[in-house]
Design a protein around this ligand. Structure first.
Ligand code: SF4
Ligand code: SF4
Length: 202
């Protein structure tokens, strides 16, 4: 099935290709580690934005990620559902978690509300954090080894992808302003993930 909103990045590669995973590992290595206490499971929902490869990786880790359209319809009616990777308030797919989960808590404006310390001298700026989210989406399309610079170049050649970054940033700003206790109605009003981040067939 062709996704009419798939944007202008190539489709996700073979699920078992290692080039995309290697490229993703390079992007992820730019994101500071955090000594997470696992206190913000309330923000782990199944409608978070991620690249097609990142969704594949979660599925490969055994997480039953719903198709985007299904999550979208359910969230529109009832608000976002908990991320299926959650168990007892912790992420069961921590090694496979996507870039958007990785920048949370280590980026200015997305700092951990519980004070979990980061392993770097300074947090990422919002621009740096979301550039890495974008780069991860582009890296996830790699069919041959790709470093972060090449991922950024691939993204530059795909201007449609940038729309997603803007929406993600707006969503993060709104979440931050509303705080962890925002209500279901506020969650329901949050924009959904952009289509190009989703697999072309799901
Ligand atoms: S993948 Fe893990 S860290 Fe990301 S939203 Fe799901 S449970 Fe949370
Ligand atoms: S914001 Fe990040 S570091 Fe803090 S509890 Fe949540 S996931 Fe852990």
């Amino acid at each position: 099935m062709t996704d009419r909103n798939a944007g202008d990045l190539p489709a996700s590669p073979d699920p078992w290709s290692t080039a995309a995973d290697q490229a993703l590992a390079q992007v992820y290595s730019r994101i500071p580690e955090v000594a997470c206490q696992g206190l913000c499971a309330h923000d782990c929902t199944d409608d978070i934005g991620m690249g097609p490869r990142e969704r594949q990786r979660l599925r490969r880790a055994g997480v039953q990620m719903p198709p985007r359209e299904q999550a979208k319809e359910r969230a529109a009616a009832h608000g976002p559902s908990p991320c299926p990777a959650l168990a007892d308030g912790r992420c069961t797919a921590y090694e496979a978690r996507p870039a958007i989960c990785r920048i949370y808590g280590v980026t200015e404006g997305l700092r951990c509300p519980y004070g979990c310390p980061i392993a770097s001298r300074r947090p990422l700026t919002m621009a740096e954090g979301f550039a890495l989210v974008d780069a991860a989406a582009a890296a996830g399309t790699a069919r041959q080894p790709m470093n972060v610079k090449q991922a950024e170049n691939a993204l530059r050649a795909a201007p449609g992808a940038r729309i997603r970054a803007r929406q993600l940033r707006d969503q993060a700003n709104r979440r931050q302003a509303a705080g962890p206790q925002r209500d279901q109605a506020a969650r329901r009003d949050e924009p959904m993930a952009l289509p190009w981040y989703e697999p072309q067939s799901d």
